[in-house]
Design a protein around this ligand. Structure first.
Ligand SMILES: [Zn+2]
Length: 135
């Protein structure tokens, strides 16, 4: 058992769970990233291949460029939600009341945004079939 493999679940993970937990789309067991997203210096380091089923995560050269569009979507979502919250709960503050909080939250959410966008992109656009027999 590799150090990255965790205890096996009695039941299979759903696709949604695998995306949120950033696990391999083929086995839904192996973790995509080497470290926790709290490791600010290494949150972006991925395994080249799945530690459990050996699937190559970058399914084709330049594959991760597509994840930038998902990341862009997350950023816009954060911007809109935070903008609405600031407008309604802080009585439409002056322009710096929008710029500063949105910039700070956007920067803080970089690790989450980066990892989740890659996970979503790989699961939805990687065209990797789930093979439960590999687990
Ligand atoms: Zn795998």
């Amino acid at each position: 058992m590799s150090q990255y493999q965790t205890l096996k679940l009695d039941r299979e993970r759903s696709k949604f769970e695998a995306i949120v937990e950033q696990r391999c789309p083929q086995c839904r067991e192996g973790k995509m990233f080497k470290y926790s997203f709290l490791r600010v210096d290494k949150f972006d380091e991925m395994h080249t291949n799945c530690p459990v089923c050996n699937l190559r995560y970058e399914v084709e050269p330049g594959f991760w460029y597509g994840a930038m569009f998902v990341s862009y979507g997350f950023s816009i979502l954060i911007l809109i939600v935070l903008g609405v919250v600031l407008y309604w709960f802080f009585n439409d503050p002056p322009i710096m009341g929008y710029i500063v909080p949105i910039t700070v939250v956007s920067l803080i959410s970089v690790p989450f945004n980066f990892r989740m966008s890659r996970s979503v992109f790989l699961h939805l656009f990687g065209f990797v079939k789930y093979k439960p027999e590999i687990r």
